[in-house]
Design a protein around this ligand. Structure first.
Ligand SMILES: Nc1ccn([C@@H]2O[C@H](COP(=O)(O)O)[C@@H](O)[C@H]2O)c(=O)n1
Length: 308
């Protein structure tokens, strides 16, 4: 996996947008990448009421400015956004993207779905029907919360591994602590030969075996205390993107809903992913500080991009 955190800056999203505006062909975007549109916990950073050092820095210079968690998986024109929280409109603007056909949703909490109302407005104005991919138990809740959405979006149920371009996407129902359950998604890249056959894409997106890019990864923004059943799907990963709200959260366990970094280290030692990126971070985390981390761990930054 080609992953260089030192070149991962907020501007990479804008650079992509600029490249698109210069009419680069999809062949120039060589492979799948993941861009962090949001890396914050449910309240984002800065928290509106908070004058802590991290929130103040986020207001001033913005290293710690964190939008609600969301990542874009893309290769050229193929784009899949995971989650659509309340910062979605600004995230689209910053990326220079005007339309997304498909959204994949992890769970029906506001910090992951509140942007769906704006997405529906975009569908309405553009007279296009969007697609919201999520397990039925999640779409049932979304339908109750926003009954008008279905006029503008189609809900696509995902219960089993589901094929999206070269990816097999497996929903994994994960413990979300006091907040119930959420879904993580495991992405496994299936045989390129098969999916490229006849598509004319093989030349445009060469699969360089010396540098295979993203292959198997999990996005688990909202999970805690995962057990054996869930962790079956967290094995042999080249990348784990894991939500960690705090470095070491002091609150009583029964009141919590997301891993902290100290707990995550134990998880990582258990499942041994090659690379790990922590996301869904609260104002407890100051990106100006250097935390004791495991060598394979990086803290996500707004706009950070993984992949080629
Ligand atoms: N039924 C619920 C419960 C909570 N929420 C929102 O989810 C967020 C929870 O924060 P985490 O740190 O546990 O991800 C927070 O914004 C709650 O308002 C909800 O929408 N529905």
């Amino acid at each position: 996996m080609d992953y260089n955190p030192t070149t991962s800056r907020a501007t990479s999203v804008e650079a992509d947008a600029a490249a698109r505006h210069q009419h680069q062909s999809p062949a120039a975007a060589v492979d799948w990448s993941i861009t962090f549109w949001g890396t914050g916990d449910s309240m984002g950073v800065p928290r509106v009421y908070c004058a802590c050092e991290v929130c103040e820095e986020a207001r001033r210079s913005g290293v710690n400015r964190r939008y609600r968690s969301s990542v874009l998986l893309e290769r050229g024109e193929d784009k899949l956004l995971i989650d659509c929280g309340p910062d979605w409109t600004g995230q689209m603007e910053r990326a220079g993207i005007f339309w997304l056909d498909e959204l994949l949703i992890t769970h029906a909490h506001q910090d992951h779905i509140a942007g769906l109302t704006s997405y529906a407005d975009a569908c309405r104005w553009l007279k296009r029907k969007g697609r919201v991919i999520t397990p039925t138990e999640v779409s049932d809740t979304i339908r109750m919360m926003y009954p008008w959405l279905e006029r503008f979006v189609t809900f696509q149920s995902i219960e089993e591994p589901w094929r999206w371009h070269e990816w097999s996407i497996r929903p994994i129902r994960v413990n979300h602590g006091k907040n119930g359950y959420a879904y993580a998604y495991r992405f496994d890249r299936v045989n390129d030969d098969e999916s490229a056959a006849g598509s004319g894409r093989r030349q445009a997106y060469p699969n360089d075996s010396a540098n295979p890019g993203l292959r198997s990864w999990v996005y688990a923004s909202d999970a805690i205390g995962l057990g054996e059943e869930e962790l079956r799907w967290f094995q042999e990963l080249d990348l784990l993107i894991l939500g960690t709200n705090f470095y070491h959260e002091q609150a009583e366990y029964s009141t919590r809903s997301v891993y902290d970094m100290v707990e995550a280290f134990r998880l990582i030692e258990d499942i041994q992913p090659q690379q790990v990126v922590f996301t869904h971070m609260s104002h407890d985390i100051d990106l100006r500080h250097s935390y004791p981390l495991l060598p394979q761990v990086t803290l996500a930054r707004t706009g950070m991009r993984i992949g080629r």
